[in-house]
Design a binder for this molecule. Structure first.
Ligand code: DLL
Length: 427
């Protein structure tokens, strides 16, 4: 049975008074950097006094996804372009992605955070990690890759897709650990069938999408592993903002780098530990793209009680939902507003649409219902559906199925707030 280890034990078990002193010092220098290097932020926080306690952070405004859109692509970066070592991107709320940047020091911090996650989950240096997160602009593949290298693991950079090949490599290479989305782990567990518990895997580092304890039980039984939950978001760094240890008693936040707050979704007021609200994160060491009070939209609670393993950093509960309408489908974030933005540019369809989310065995599927408009375009329904499919794949980086339906079939608002999503997964 894997047991928790450490990558940077002194930091991970630092007494809280010392940790909080470090956080305050780092918060002050993050704010100094924003004032000096990011004109948009300097203007926005001009009237707010520098913090002298961690509680003073509550005086600062939130940073939201819309701010990233308005300053696309590099307007919120605090270093010149020639100091960037990498950029990544995730789904934006409309046409353009959300772009994030890293200096080489930022990449080192990120690798250390992910190495803490992997060692904490019980993976030992010298072991092999099958990395089935997508490589590319998505932070999952490269984020886990660099962290695994930092932790002294042998990384197999399989990336996503081609399940047949993944199964072959799992059998032939016999890795001890795997990382992928929980839904993909469940698919692999099903396909491995009876031989699952006999496979070499011992640990799964799973995240990027919400999953339940029932899913965890099925994955653990199916693959014969312990499955730990890893959380993160591109805007803050990527995977490795927090992660469960092998004890699986909450996701430990890398609090020397990311300062968490839980706030009321409606008022923005801070909530006490234990209460569920929106997770707001402030980066404490990031150079290229420091974020001050980033409104993640993710709902959870936190505790600052020390963990059994000796870690002192705050731990968050698994996410209980979102404060907005963002969907996570097979690890990809999808906003209904992105779909709308893409549809508007296509001739022959009306602005009415509905997104139907389902689960086909273990994998989530997204179906888009659209209506023809009254223009006289010659395209057949199936050609129109194919065109929409291809545009959606480009815009969302996700395969969707599309049905083109007669005018008047897609649900309309009855005066109240119209939900453009029918999510059958929660039923
Ligand atoms: O999903 C980073 C990541 C990669 C995390 C690999 C874990 C593993 P984004 O694409 O920016 O980044 O999406 C971030 O995904 O705000 C959550 O809503 C959701 N999410 C991420 N991890 C979890 C998780 C990556 N463990 C958004 N449980 C976040 C539930 C998660 N939702």
């Amino acid at each position: 049975m894997p047991t928790t280890g450490f990558h940077q034990r002194d930091i991970e078990t630092m007494p809280r008074p010392q940790l909080e002193a470090l956080q305050l010092e780092r918060l002050q220098s993050t704010i100094a950097s924003l004032r000096a290097n990011v004109p948009v932020m300097a203007e926005r926080i001009a009237d707010v006094a520098d913090p002298t306690t961690l509680d003073d952070l509550a005086n600062f405004p939130f940073l939201r996804k819309a701010d990233l859109r308005e300053n696309y692509p590099f307007g919120l970066f605090a270093v010149p372009r020639d100091q960037l070592a990498r950029v990544h991107a995730s789904s934006g709320t409309t046409g353009k992605p959300t772009v994030v940047g890293y200096t080489s020091d930022d990449l080192q911090v990120w690798a250390d955070c992910v190495a803490r996650c992997l060692r904490g989950a019980g993976i030992e240096p010298g072991q092999m990690l099958h990395n089935a997160y997508g490589y590319g602009l998505f932070t999952g593949g490269l984020g886990l890759h660099d962290g695994a290298t930092e932790a002294g693991l042998n990384v197999i950079p399989v990336s996503g897709g081609n399940t047949e090949r993944q199964l072959m490599l799992l059998e032939d290479f016999a890795p001890e650990a795997i990382c992928c989305t929980p839904s993909y782990a469940l698919t692999l567990a099903e396909l491995l069938g009876e031989s699952g518990p006999d496979c070499s895997l011992q640990v799964g580092i799973l995240g990027a999408e919400p999953w339940s304890n029932a899913t965890r039980d099925a994955i653990e039984a199916g693959l014969g592993i312990i499955a730990v939950n890893i959380y993160g978001l591109s805007e803050v760094i990527g995977p490795g903002v927090s992660c469960e240890t092998a004890d699986r008693d909450g996701l430990v936040i890398m609090e020397d780098h990311f300062l968490p707050e839980i706030v009321d979704p409606d008022t923005g007021d801070r909530l006490p530990d234990g209460e569920v609200g929106v997770l707001v994160l402030t980066s404490l060491t990031k150079q290229a793209f420091p974020v001050l009070r980033y409104w993640t939209g993710d709902l959870c609670s936190i505790t600052r009680e020390p963990a059994v393993c000796g870690r002192t950093h705050a731990r968050m509960s698994p996410l209980v939902g979102r404060a907005d309408d963002m969907l996570v489908i097979r690890g990809v974030n999808v906003y209904p507003s992105q779909v709308e933005h893409t549809l508007i540019a296509i001739d022959g369809v009306s602005p009415h649409f509905q997104l139907v989310v389902d689960r086909d065995r273990t994998l989530d599927t997204l179906h888009l219902r659209v209506e023809r408009d009254d223009s006289e375009i010659a395209q057949s329904d199936s050609d129109l559906a194919n065109e929409i499919k291809s545009q959606m794949r480009t815009a969302l980086l996700l395969g969707v199925t599309v049905s083109v339906e007669p005018p008047g079939t897609v649900p309309r608002s009855d005066g109240g707030k119209l939900s453009r999503t029918l999510d059958n997964r929660s039923l």
